[in-house]
Design a protein around this ligand. Structure first.
Ligand SMILES: [Cu+2]
Length: 67
Protein backbone atom coordinates (compact mmCIF):
# COMPACT_ATOMS: atom_id res chain seq x y z
CA UNK A 1 0.00 0.00 0.00
CA UNK A 2 1.21 3.50 -0.74
CA UNK A 3 0.31 6.89 0.69
CA UNK A 4 1.51 10.38 -0.16
CA UNK A 5 1.41 12.89 2.67
CA UNK A 6 1.90 16.64 2.41
CA UNK A 7 4.31 17.82 5.10
CA UNK A 8 4.66 21.62 4.90
CA UNK A 9 7.51 21.88 7.44
CA UNK A 10 9.98 20.01 5.23
CA UNK A 11 12.22 22.78 3.96
CA UNK A 12 15.71 21.32 3.49
CA UNK A 13 17.66 18.07 3.15
CA UNK A 14 18.07 17.92 6.94
CA UNK A 15 14.30 17.76 7.28
CA UNK A 16 14.18 15.10 4.57
CA UNK A 17 16.69 13.01 6.55
CA UNK A 18 14.79 13.39 9.81
CA UNK A 19 11.48 12.41 8.23
CA UNK A 20 12.93 9.57 6.18
CA UNK A 21 14.71 8.06 9.20
CA UNK A 22 11.71 8.42 11.53
CA UNK A 23 9.19 6.88 9.15
CA UNK A 24 11.64 4.34 7.75
CA UNK A 25 12.22 2.73 11.13
CA UNK A 26 8.55 1.88 11.62
CA UNK A 27 8.03 -1.86 11.27
CA UNK A 28 6.15 -2.55 8.03
CA UNK A 29 7.40 0.52 6.17
CA UNK A 30 9.27 -0.62 3.06
CA UNK A 31 10.08 2.63 1.24
CA UNK A 32 10.11 6.31 2.16
CA UNK A 33 10.61 9.06 -0.40
CA UNK A 34 10.60 12.62 0.93
CA UNK A 35 11.22 15.85 -0.97
CA UNK A 36 11.83 19.41 0.25
CA UNK A 37 10.73 20.65 -3.18
CA UNK A 38 7.24 19.13 -3.23
CA UNK A 39 7.06 18.86 0.58
CA UNK A 40 5.62 15.42 0.08
CA UNK A 41 6.43 12.13 1.75
CA UNK A 42 5.63 8.98 -0.21
CA UNK A 43 5.47 5.89 1.93
CA UNK A 44 5.09 2.28 0.87
CA UNK A 45 4.00 0.01 3.66
CA UNK A 46 2.48 -3.32 4.58
CA UNK A 47 -1.02 -2.54 5.91
CA UNK A 48 -0.89 -5.71 8.02
CA UNK A 49 1.95 -4.22 10.08
CA UNK A 50 1.46 -0.44 10.06
CA UNK A 51 -1.21 2.11 9.16
CA UNK A 52 -1.38 5.62 7.71
CA UNK A 53 -2.47 6.74 11.17
CA UNK A 54 0.70 5.34 12.76
CA UNK A 55 2.82 7.00 10.08
CA UNK A 56 1.09 10.31 10.75
CA UNK A 57 1.63 9.89 14.49
CA UNK A 58 5.33 9.23 13.94
CA UNK A 59 5.58 12.41 11.85
CA UNK A 60 3.93 14.41 14.65
CA UNK A 61 6.37 12.96 17.18
CA UNK A 62 9.39 14.19 15.24
CA UNK A 63 7.86 17.62 14.66
CA UNK A 64 6.69 17.23 11.07
CA UNK A 65 2.90 16.86 11.13
CA UNK A 66 1.26 16.00 7.83
CA UNK A 67 -1.32 18.44 6.49
CU1 LIG B 1 15.12 21.51 7.22
Amino acid sequence: MQVTLKVPRIHCSGCVNTVTTAVGKLPGVTTVGASEVTKEVKVEFDPALVSEQKIRLQLVQVGYPAA
